[in-house]
Design a protein around this ligand. Structure first.
Ligand code: NDP
Ligand SMILES: N[C@@H](CC=O)C(=O)O
Length: 428
């Protein structure tokens, strides 16, 4: 067996493989021998003592070795991870990976290579780290019909939004604290701009709906524009702001079904199970026809939790290898089109700075009505120069809401559209 990468995740994989070698042998039925650990720099400080002579910078050579039949990829990113995984399959090895970015971008190539080589490709760690969610979607719920997946799948952004909610802090201060505590990376772009969650959403949607969904199909908005005022406004509604990954089956225009996938901040009622997911934790809420509502909760990041999921996959792959069989693979796909964001329906919370004059409420209501967006509630906050209207709509398409907002921006009585946020959960 070979481990590629020995960073946060790879080092914990190596640690568990070493510390639990006897238990793993008992569970698998054969000793899992570590043949090598590929890294970029031999002299880098490591969180784990790698057994002497196992570190190498020749990942390609390691993958091709005859005494390696399982490869664990924890390098991350697109290249060289993709070439190394493809090379592993070409050389007849099975692969376990934690690489959400690669699977969301080009999973199809990897699944086809695994199928052609008749080898396993498992990647439970790629979404929500320690939380078993991909196996339940692929196997446990394979006989049911999943209709919706709603997840908090990024620990960094959940920590930041939770901090903003509990302390009233603004985004920058909460991010700074997340970085000081080691939750957010020095370059937090992938997390706060929603790229990480979008990759996970693509993988969840693919498995939940047996469709091919890539990261490019996911509508993505991050949390950098979420303000302390948005969070306070959510609190007024007894709601909380979360970065949600949402994948759902929706009726398409031709009577068929489409897959709608998106990542954006949204207000959800505090009574919703996802509202109580605090700090850097993750949770995935699944709705299916027969089972009803299921929730999967736990640590969604970190070396050790992620290594737990990697090792789980490793045991499955090793058992399959011994039995000379392979898992179900990813071959059976329905061709469901991806719905454009404009057609996606949700509720909206719109805050406006307005002139405090007679008729302003009616003119704002008319702008919504003219675009077919039904209003659930309107409230005025403040007076005179400080007047604000907060409008919460019933479910409407994104296109209709965007057109409404454009109209509001042209109205003389509307000084500024200060915030537009989606509302999930509760009545449509
Ligand atoms: N960290 C987390 O909480 C989670 C991570 N993941 C996924 O796990 C994977 C690994 O993440 P993480 O451990 O955090 O990443 P790190 O950056 O901590 O580690 C990456 C490792 O890959 C090695 N590496 C980089 N380039 C090469 C190369 N060309 N050849 C050989 N080795 C190379 C690095 O070597 P060197 O040490 O010498 O620089 C390093 O050991 C990613 O796909 C990530 O998305 C999934 C869930 C959670
Ligand atoms: N950066 C991610 C960790 C890995 O998936 C997060 O913050 O959740």
């Amino acid at each position: 067996m070979a481990v590629l990468g020995c960073g946060s995740v790879g080092s914990q994989v190596v640690r568990l493989l070493t510390e639990q070698a006897d238990d793993l042998e008992a569970r698998v039925g054969a000793r899992l021998e570590l043949a090598g650990v590929a890294v970029r720099r031999l002299d880098a400080a490591r969180e784990v003592q790698v057994p002497a002579g196992l570190l190498t910078t020749d990942a390609t050579g390691l993958v091709a070795r005859e005494d390696v039949d399982l490869v664990i990829e924890t390098i991350g990113g697109i290249e060289p991870a993709r070439s190394l995984i493809l090379s592993a399959f070409e050389n007849g090895k099975s692969v376990v990976s934690a690489n959400k970015a690669l699977i969301a971008e080009d999973g199809a190539t990897l699944f086809e290579a695994a199928a052609k080589a008749e080898r396993d490709f498992y990647y439970e760690a790629a979404v929500a780290a320690a939380i078993p969610i991909l196996r339940p979607l692929r196997e446990s719920l394979a006989g049911d019909r999943v209709t919706r997946v709603l997840g908090i799948v990024n620990g960094t952004t959940n920590f930041i939004l939770d901090k903003m909610d509990t302390s009233g802090a603004g985004f920058s201060d909460a991010l700074e604290e997340a970085q000081e505590l080691g939750f957010a990376e020095a370059d937090p772009t992938a997390d706060v701009e929603g790229f990480d969650a979008a990759a996970k959403a693509a993988i969840l949607a693919s498995l939940a709906f047996h469709s091919r969904v890539t990261a490019a199909d996911v509508h993505r908005e991050g949390i950098t524009d979420v303000t302390a005022a948005d969070v306070a406004s959510a609190r007024e509604m007894d709601a909380v702001v979360k970065l949600l990954a949402i994948a759902e089956l929706r009726p398409g225009p031709d009577g068929g079904e489409q897959v709608a996938v998106r990542v954006h901040p949204a207000m959800i009622p505090r009574s919703h199970p996802l509202a109580s997911v605090r700090g850097a934790y993750n949770a995935v809420f699944v709705e299916s026809e027969a089972a009803g509502q299921l929730m999967f909760y736990g640590p969604g990041a970190g070396g050790s939790p992620t290594a737990s999921a990697v090792l789980g996959d490793l045991v499955t792959v090793a058992r399959n290898r011994l039995a000379d069989t392979r898992g179900a693979g990813e071959s059976a796909y329905a061709e469901r089109p991806v719905m454009s964001m404009g057609e996606t329906r949700t509720r909206y919370h719109v805050s406006l700075d307005v002139d405090d004059v007679a008729g302003v409420l009616a003119s704002v209501a008319t702008a919504f009505a003219d675009h077919g967006v039904s209003i659930q509630t309107v409230r005025q906050e403040g007076r005179d120069d400080d007047a604000q209207l907060v409008v919460v709509s019933h479910a409407a398409t994104d296109a209709a809401l965007s057109a409404t907002v454009e109209r509001l921006r042209t109205m003389e009585t509307v000084r500024e559209v200060t915030s537009v946020m989606r509302v999930e959960g509760g009545d449509e």
